[in-house]
Design a protein around this ligand. Sequence first.
Ligand code: ASP
Ligand code: ASP
Length: 354
Amino acid sequence: MRDFISMKDFTKNDILEVLKVASELEGKNSTELLKNSIVGSLFFEPSTRTRLSFTSAVYRLGGQVLGFDSPDATSLKKGESLRDTIKMTEAYSDVIVMRHPKDGAARFAADVSKVPVINAGDGANEHPSQTLLDLYTIQKEFGSIENKKVAFVGDLKYGRTVHSLTKALEMFNCEFYFVAPESIQIPEYITRELDSKGIKYTLVDDYKDILKEIDVMYMTRIQKERFDSIEEYEKVAGIYIINKESILGRCKENMIILHPLPRVDEIEIDLDETKYARYFEQAANGVPTREAIFAIALDKVDVVKESMEEKDIKKSETVVCLNEKCITKVEKTENKYVVNKNHKYCYYCNKDVK
Ligand code: ASP
Ligand code: ASP
């Protein structure tokens, strides 16, 4: 059994094993694999693609799904805690897929749950199943993930897909360009990690300067729902818009453009027909990748599991997470934090503690 909470929990070989299982399952009818398995699907936040592709993966493997796609119709409205919702769902299902607006909610759920938990997005923190399908797409396109130059463009502060993908790509010797205005640039807790590992990255505010250098352009939506005020959002809305004209003849011939979708206005539809656009293939790759995730979470396939270095996890009543959007602010957690060299960070949401 294995949880899928953060890309930090995976070694490079663990990732390659997931991708291998995904490619073995792709296009096959493996309806025996999850026969008699029930998936609890808890979406506390809206989702189309992620939820549908998880559901499609379950059906393709012969499993069953129960759950909700909005908290409105559930006891949460009556004030039920996440802890109780998880305790209840673990009795009704063999694995839980959860999306939640609070950073760190997935780690908390995994601590509470006896059945494996798959993080389908926790606030602005992580989105590991998206990362695995992004990696699957890159591997399919180039034959390997190694040594790529990747530009992340758009909302790098609130974009959880960027946070998870960066954590994974750093294991493949990739080099990064973070393209964003200052107010939504990549968070410091991520660059600090890159610095400590000696990984090369550059912060820029215009993609035109680096277009000729890169192999992958990872466009993202400005995450309107996560801004503290509409004024803040409006300052950066529509800041990067790419189209045929801005890309054709200005990039490497084999560059690919990815996007976790949904898009708003950052990629104009005239780009869809070009050979650079791969976001629809990427979305389709969500199904075999999520099939692999279920198969591994529930031990339905043999994979080589590597053990990670033990983290130095501590509990304290006095150390608090500095992130107001952390799950520790709304649930009764054990207040855990991690000590890494001289730095302390929240066990749940990865942000600094004090
Ligand atoms: N962000 C959501 C998701 O991942 C919304 C959507 O895709 O339409 O599914
Ligand atoms: N679907 C992705 C997510 O849920 C990206 C987005 O919503 O912009 O994070």
